[in-house]
Design a protein around this ligand. Structure first.
Ligand code: PEP
Ligand code: MN
Length: 263
């Protein structure tokens, strides 16, 4: 179902009044984690002003250490919904547990399935039934074929609104947090009809590498970007080092706008 043989034309994912997979490149932006009402509202207004169409922010966080902040859970989802009401941005947020799929789907416009859960088949089957589009991140050591098979679970379960998201894979390189595999954009566009989103934040782990890799992603043909933005990255509870300030995000968006008018 995921393959282009099954569906030769590009799939367009319709979310609210937006379309992903068509001519417009979408930028999803916001903090790694929803930390407070003020933090998410401030970020939402800033990224909307800069041209983002989706607000990202995790309310359920999959953390490497059990002692790290695990997320505000439903309280965080409520803040995201309030930010949508106030800004008109659509909301994308991660679901990490099959038991929370319907709760997250009640608040979110798009469900994010994180890298660590790419092959959580129970979660995929549940997300297939949620009635909302799903952004499926690539597992840190998943092959293209494994990733496409994970998307197949969603489509086989009845959800045809699926997007791929490349967020970097684990390699021997340690300067960057992950190695952003931009070749997946044309590879997926060849093999599949589904849109491809690039996450240069997790893909590099360093904020100064985010704008150049975002530009490279668009040059490679990505249908959208998902970027971490925090009003005070140095105080962020997670992923501050890879988060852009709203000011830096605005500069990047202006650069991207110039690039897309050239392409
Ligand atoms: C995130 O988007 O904050 C996140 C946890 O991403 P990933 O699943 O790619 O690590
Ligand atoms: Mn993050």
């Amino acid at each position: 179902l995921v393959s282009r043989e099954f569906h030769p034309a590009n799939s367009i994912i319709r979310i609210g009044d937006q379309e992903i997979g068509g001519n417009k490149v979408h930028v999803m932006a916001g903090p790694c984690a929803v930390e407070s009402r003020e933090q998410i509202l401030e970020t939402a207004h800033a990224v909307r002003e800069a041209g983002a169409t989706f607000l990202r922010g995790g309310a359920f966080k999959p953390r490497t250490s059990p002692y790290s902040f695990q997320g505000l859970e439903e309280e965080g989802l409520r803040y995201l919904a309030e930010a949508r009401e106030k800004t008109g941005l659509l909301v994308i947020t991660e679901v990490i547990d099959a038991r929370d799929v319907s709760l997250v789907a009640d608040y979110a416009d798009v469900l994010q399935i994180g890298a660590r859960n790419m092959q959580n088949f129970i979660l995929l089957k549940e997300a297939a039934k949620c009635g909302k589009p799903v952004l499926l991140k690539r597992g840190p050591s998943a092959t293209l074929e494994e990733w496409m098979m994970a998307a197949e679970y969603l489509m086989d379960g009845g959800n045809y609104q699926v997007m791929f998201c490349e967020r970097g894979i684990r390699t021997f390189e340690s300067y960057t947090r992950n190695t952003l595999d931009l070749s997946m954009v044309p590879a997926l566009h060849t093999l599949s009809h589904l849109p491809v989103i690039i996450d240069p934040s997790h893909g590099t782990g360093k904020w100064h590498l985010v704008p150049p890799m975002a530009k490279a992603a668009l040059a490679a043909g990505a249908d959208g970007l998902i970027v971490e933005v925090h009003p005070h990255p140095e105080k962020a509870v997670s992923d501050g080092k890879q988060s852009l300030t709203p000011e830096k995000f605005k500069v990047m968006m202006d650069d991207l706008a110039r690039l897309t008018s050239v392409l």
